[in-house]
Structure formats: structure tokens, C-alpha cells
Design a protein around this ligand. Structure first.
Ligand code: PLP
Length: 394
């Protein structure tokens, strides 16, 4: 066999695959309404694009420091100070080719054979596979819908073993949109401090929160928490910059240095032009974030309310991100248009084939019986898509 044992343990990202299928059908002229998007539907704000143009014109097109330029690191440090009340030095910051890349480097830096990573489910699809690529084991903690899909302190305590090295906290969450309160995070942080477990805080949806909810980073809940947490964040979601590939991490300098070594032997610096664009995103006007949040809040209210009027569907109202994660268990085991549907994966396939709507089934998120619908698409699309969904389930 030509392939390594490591690579044979993983699969391609299922969410990217579904969105690619929807896009391919659309390109063939099929009238698809996609609830599959994992990115904002608006364009990157003009001030950010201008900063990139300026970088090109100024000839800022060569190799840069591996872990990020001083100006971008300064903007990130300022962001942590203002948004989170956390003080970091440049050695405690690394800029990578997307938050996903920061997470990958982090997993490679801290996880290895014999280590266990705690991942609350429903989880973002890449955590388990990234842990497998680092030869580590994953311990899934299944959260309850009635707990708002949040891991309780009791669940965390029970999941910890001798081999437990780290836990992932993603708040607001992809796929549920659920977000922890400061008090809930503080309780989890206290356990991690006591049991000496590294916290991996994926805060990528921090700024996309609604109804006055304010997302706290777990690193800021107790003074000692900062020392055992690596925060991963980025510009992809908050600034509609998914294609620019800039993410960053902040944490203990030994870990950040190790991530930097991995990066220096693999990608080197992220794209120079994107580094300049990201600095403008963080330090320039934040009006675009406000506008986007206003739009998302409206869509969330609409989609949750309508889903809850559909018989057999129950939808939790999330605090953040741009996803809803309706429970469709009552729809399963029934026949639609002559087709027996037993799983949420079969339901998603049926909806794509018959109703031309793309959704992501719960299975790859570790939560069968649910669908993930992204509302990063126009209200008009959402309305038409839900009409089709209703029709297809009659
Ligand atoms: C989108 C996403 C990321 C990755 O973002 P990039 O910066 O584009 O790599 C990481 N974590 C979660 C939960 C996400 O949804």
C-alpha cells in the first residue's frame, strides 16, 4: 500500500463536499437552494480589499516572518485587549493560513500517540480527523439538546482520563450555533485547571452573536485559565474573508513556538497580501460586522420560527454563528414520495434530489437525527427553500 496508515484513518471534509455538490448542480443549471454554506454570503468589505490592493501596489509580495508580520500581530494583540481583556505578547501569537490551519498546527504540536482529546458533540467536522492525523484518540462527549447542546461540568469531569491532554470548546458552535455563558465557561475552566488539561478554544464565531448576547472566551473567565488555553480565531467568518485564508492563535509561548516550527517547515508565512488585508479587518472600521449581524439576526428569527411550525421538526434557537440545527428524528422511519427515509443522511439526500435543497445531515457532526441549515443566504432564498422543505415533507 502506497498510502500511510495515518492518512487512511481520515475522510475529506463532508461539509465542503456537500457545498461542492450543490455548487456543481447549480452550475449544471439545476435550481438548487443551498443551506449548505459554511461562509457569509456577503462580499469582503471594501476597506479590506483596498488594503490588499495597496499591498500589491507597494510590492508587499515577498516572504514574510513565518508567524505573521509585526503590524498584524499588533492588531491581534489590540483585539484581544479590547474585546477580551487579555494581554498577549507577540511571541504568544501565531498567524496561520486560516483558523483551520492554526488548529491543525496546534493539534500536531500538542497531541500524539497515547493522548486523548475531549470533543463535545455535535462537533465541527474537522476536530476528530485532525486529532487522528496527530495519532491521538478522541473521546466524544454527547451533549443534550435540552442543555442547549452544551457540555456540562459533570460531563467534562466524567470524560477526563489519565491520558486526557486537551478539550475543545467551540462557542458559538458550528453546527448548532449554541454559545456558552460566562458562568458555564468558568465552571469548565475550573475543572481544566484542577485536572491540568489544555483548553483549545475555537472562537471563530465570537463576533456573530444575536439578541445582545456577548460571547466570552473561556481564557478570560478565571485568571489561571489563560495559561492553559490556546485561543484560535480568525477573520474568515466575521469579515467575510474565507478565501483569504488568515487565522490566528494565542496561547503559552512554548506551544506557539512549536506551532511556528511546524509552520516554518510546511507552509511558511500566510500570503503576504492577505496579512495586510487581515490587519485592516481587525484595526479598521467594524461597521460591516454590525451590518452582517443585523442581517443574520433577522434570518435566524425567521428560519427558527418557520422550522418550528413544520410538523415533526423541532428547532433550538441559537445565540450565534449562522447555522440552525433542527431535530428531525420524528420525520424518520416514514415514507415520502414512495421512499422510506430512516436516517438524517437519507433525509438530506432526499431533500437534495426531490426538493432541490441542500442541507448537511447531522451524522458527520456526530449528531444523527439532525440537519444543519446555514442561513448565510438571502431571506428570499430561505423562504423559497423552506416552502420546498414543507412541500417535500407532506
Ligand atoms: C469555519 C470554521 C473554522 C475555520 O475557519 P478558517 O479560518 O476559514 O480556516 C474553524 N472552526 C470552525 C468551528 C469553523 O466553522
Amino acid at each position: 500500500m502506497l498510502l500511510s496508515g495515518r492518512v487512511q484513518k481520515i475522510k475529506p471534509s463532508p461539509t465542503l463536499a456537500i457545498e461542492a455538490k450543490a455548487k456543481a448542480l447549480k452550475a449544471r443549471g439545476v435550481d438548487i437552494i443551498s443551506f449548505g454554506a459554511g461562509e457569509p454570503d456577503c462580499d469582503t468589505p471594501d476597506n479590506i480589499k483596498d488594503a490588499a490592493r495597496k499591498a500589491i501596489d507597494a510590492g508587499f509580495t515577498k516572504y514574510c516572518p513565518v508567524t505573521g508580520t509585526p503590524d498584524l500581530k499588533a492588531a491581534i494583540i489590540e483585539k484581544f485587549k479590547t474585546d477580551n481583556g487579555l494581554v498577549y505578547t507577540p511571541e504568544e501569537i501565531i498567524v496561520s493560513c486560516g483558523a483551520k490551519h492554526s488548529l491543525y498546527n496546534l493539534f500536531q504540536a500538542v497531541l500524539g500517540k497515547g493522548d486523548e482529546l475531549i470533543v463535545p458533540a455535535p462537533y465541527w467536522v474537522s476536530y476528530p480527523d485532525m486529532a487522528l492525523l496527530a495519532d491521538a484518540k478522541v473521546r466524544i462527549v454527547t451533549t443534550k439538546e435540552r442543555d442547549g447542546f452544551k457540555m456540562t461540568p459533570a460531563q467534562l469531569s466524567k470524560a477526563i482520563r489519565k491520558k486526557t491532554k486537551a478539550v475543545v470548546i467551540n462557542s458559538p458552535s458550528n453546527p448548532t450555533g449554541s454559545a456558552y455563558t460566562t458562568e458555564e465557561l468558568r465552571a469548565l475552566a475550573a475543572i481544566c485547571i484542577e485536572r491540568n488539561i489544555l483548553i483549545i478554544a475555537d472562537d471563530i464565531y465570537e463576533k456573530l452573536v444575536y439578541d445582545g448576547f456577548s460571547a466570552t472566551t473561556i481564557a478570560a473567565t478565571i485568571p489561571e485559565a489563560k495559561n492553559i488555553t490556546v485561543i484560535v480565531n480568525g477573520v474568515s467568518k466575521a469579515y467575510a474573508m474565507t478565501g483569504w485564508r488568515i487565522g490566528y492563535a494565542a496561547g503559552p509561548k512554548e506551544i506557539i513556538a512549536a506551532m511556528g516550527n511546524i509552520q516554518s517547515q510546511s507552509t511558511s508565512n500566510p500570503t503576504s497580501i492577505s496579512l495586510k488585508a487581515a490587519a485592516e479587518a481587525l484595526s479598521g472600521s467594524q461597521d460591516s460586522v454590525k451590518t452582517m449581524c443585523g442581517e443574520f439576526a433577522q434570518r435566524r428569527d425567521y428560519i427558527v420560527e418557520r422550522l418550528n411550525t413544520i410538523k415533526g421538526v423541532r428547532c433550538f434557537k441559537p445565540q450565534g454563528a449562522f447555522y440552525v440545527f433542527p431535530n428531525v428524528k420524528k420525520l424518520l422511519g416514514k415514507t415520502y414520495g414512495g421512499i422510506l427515509i430512516n436516517t438524517s443522511a437519507e433525509l438530506a439526500a432526499y431533500l437534495l434530489d426531490t426538493a432541490q435543497i441542500a442541507t448537511v445531515p447531522g451524522e458527520p457532526f456526530g449528531a444523527p437525527g439532525y440537519l444543519r441549515l446555514s442561513y448565510a443566504t438571502s431571506l428570499a432564498n430561505i423562504k423559497t427553500g423552506l416552502d420546498r422543505l414543507e412541500q417535500a415533507l407532506k
